[in-house]
Design a protein around this ligand. Structure first.
Ligand SMILES: Nc1ncnc2c1ncn2[C@@H]1O[C@H](COP(=O)(O)OP(=O)(O)OP(=O)(O)O)[C@@H](O)[C@H]1O
Length: 237
């Protein structure tokens, strides 16, 4: 479970402007599939980066599986795997397989288990057989797929993907969506930050829409179609 309590975050020390995240409280239950939408600059990335301690709130707090993130960042990062809008922000190794293996290696798993996870995660993003390739020679969409594979290989309690579909072609997008659907059904909590609600909304059981740092809508996607049509997101017809 991820709980945010009165979470407020401001970039820099200038208190004259509005905070990037402004008094946000909600709970994401285990196994729920949440789409987080909203216009540019509404605070989505800033919000999710506090789920595992990448950013520290100015006030309020985040609990992951009942524990405050600032009390145990390692536990939070093990429980919440995240990909970034710019996949290059998350790479730690030069080649595909080495990067995807990094998380499982840090979990102290046996080599055989790590190799299994890497192969499985690369297959899920249609990058199988490409483990030896250099990441800096991949296209943007391929890099995005490697970043997703790295998060999948962690087999976390919660998977948070920030704009995961940007740059993905249709087969890769479908492949990632089916893996997310399977993971959601198996109990992994999923948060997808996206402007593009095609396909993904059908999998979600909840949609949160941010506006100016606050949660402007928190609803069942089926019930929220009309409201979504009026917001700055690309909603399905
Ligand atoms: N590193 C930063 N330094 C200062 N201000 C920032 C920084 N990152 C984001 N902001 C500001 O914080 C606010 C929220 O940004 P954030 O990236 O969280 O929004 P977002 O909803 O994820 O936007 P997008 O849909 O464009 O990705 C914006 O006003 C943005 O300009």
């Amino acid at each position: 479970m991820i709980e945010t309590r009165e979470l407020t975050f401001r970039y820099g020390s200038d208190e004259s402007g509005p905070p990037a995240v402004d008094d946000v409280s909600f709970t994401i239950r285990d196994g729920s599939f949440v789409v987080l939408a909203g216009p540019n600059g509404s605070g989505k990335s800033t919000l999710v980066r506090q789920f595992n301690g990448l950013l520290d709130p100015d006030s309020g707090n985040v609990l992951v599986n009942g524990q405050a993130v600032d009390e145990n960042v390692v536990a939070a990062r093990t429980a919440v795997a995240m990909t970034f809008q710019d996949p290059r922000d998350g790479f730690v190794a030069a080649t595909v397989a080495a990067d995807v293996a990094f998380g499982p290696e840090n979990l102290g798993l046996a080599r055989e288990k790590i190799d299994e996870r890497v192969a499985d995660a690369l297959a899920a993003v249609r990058m199988d057989g490409r483990g030896d390739e250099r990441i800096d020679r991949l296209s943007g969409g391929e890099q995005a797929r490697v970043a997703i594979a790295g998060a999948l290989a962690m087999e976390p309690d919660h998977l948070v993907l920030d704009e995961p579909f940007a740059g993905l072609d249709q087969p890769a997008r479908q492949s990632v969506l089916s893996r997310l659907e399977a993971l959601g059904a198996a109990g992994t909590g999923i948060v997808v930050v996206t402007h593009d609600l095609r396909d993904v909304l059908a999998l979600a059981d909840r949609v949160l829409v941010m506006n100016e740092g606050r949660v402007a809508l928190d609803a069942d996607p089926e019930l929220a179609r009309e409201e979504l049509a009026g917001l700055a997101v690309r909603a399905p017809c």
